[in-house]
Design a protein around this ligand. Sequence first.
Ligand code: GDP
Ligand code: IMO
Ligand code: MG
Length: 423
Amino acid sequence: MKKVDVVLGLQWGDEGKGKVVDVLTPDYEIVARFQGGPNAGHSLHFDGDSFVLHTVPSGIFRDKTDNIIGNGVVIDPVILMDEISQIETKGIDVKAKLKIAKRANLILPTHRILDAANEAAKGKSKIGSTLKGIGPAYTDKAARHGLRMGDVLLPDFKERYEHLKKAHLVQIESLGYKDFDITEYEAKWFECVKTLAGFDIVDNEVLVNKEVEAGKAILAEGAQGSLLDVDFGTYPFVTSSNTLCAGVCTGLGIAPSRVGEVFGIFKAYCTRVGSGPFPTELFDEDGEKLRQIGHEFGATTGRPRRTGWLDMVALKYAVMMNGATKLIMMKSDVMNDFDTIKVCVGYEMDGKTIDWFPYEAKDDNIKPVYKEFKGWKSDVSKCRSYDELPQELKDYIKFIETETGAPVTIVSVGPDRSETIFR
Ligand code: GDP
Ligand code: IMO
Ligand code: MG
């Protein structure tokens, strides 16, 4: 059976999905986003240029690739149009290369305000949301009163909008949130909706199934990471969609039997933005070194990312939950100058050592058990073949393969397209 391949993050997001999709795209005719929204920030570097994509699939810069924003995605028309205008400056005809799902839900200006109001009400226990309106938009989707992309073509779209906005304003008021003005954003929002109405708005499930049956090579691009999954992540410190491989089926409309290779991406260490448990988090010089050398600052919000050692317990959980068939290791070059590198191989919790990711995980109830590795202490960013890599890095990779049971097929040694080693 012809299949759809998948790229997704195995950690807490920002693993380097944008770069990997861009690198893999020459082998694919269609790239499709299946969940998340403008909370994502996928960075691409090539030909001396850099881009951060939030909603548009990372295949957009390649000539022969069509792109689909799937039904599982939530769309903020303002952010999407902004992004499209930026991509167009590269001479790319985005309108010709992009299709948008009719069933994708819209993020309204009041969803963004609700996000901020919810977070403010949570106080110290806030999630650390990107405040793009993701949670409230998915809430409306599940509550069955969301507005969808296909609705923008309806004659009563404005009335439906006003009706939902009115309900949002009541909620915002009940949260005691006052300090906002959406007038300007709302005007821009309607302008952008009008422009997007002229795009190719499709029944993506029919399209994707027809294309896969016709033999087209399709790549599904995930956003966020496995540990931010609404069901299996570190709830409630998660996003509001299924970031795991299962999300591809509901977010694009394909059957589970249609899922092919699952490329699981991870950093050679770990990062997380926002609140929530992070067992291997470092608060010392090593953590700061990873942040500075790895430029670990959010691509969407600019917030400093929390940093820590690779967490094998969490990684094995993510490989299992996604059925990852191939692994891709990113940012090996960031650890060029460490004498010792640690990997968490177990959690000490309530006097016991466990090797799975527990439901009970909190900020402070897990003590990681570490295995130490000798650092490679050399610059791997110039390496272009696996043979050129230092033995210490090869040992590190071998250990990861043995523990996860999946092969590491690509090693990334820098942000640029060209800084990639295929095995
Ligand atoms: P995404 O959300 O998974 O697409 O990842 P982000 O773009 O948010 O964050 C990954 C960051 O690491 C970006 O700034 C990338 O340019 C950068 N990056 C990706 N791969 C590598 C790599 O192998 N080495 C280094 N040093 N940076 C990388
Ligand atoms: P990409 O696709 C890293 C985090 C936020 C917050 C939590 C909920 O670039 O890997 P939300 O805005 O969804 O309500 O935020 O999830 N988060 C991400 N962290 N990378 C992302 O996307 C993220 N998208 C959301 O920081 O902790
Ligand atoms: Mg990102």
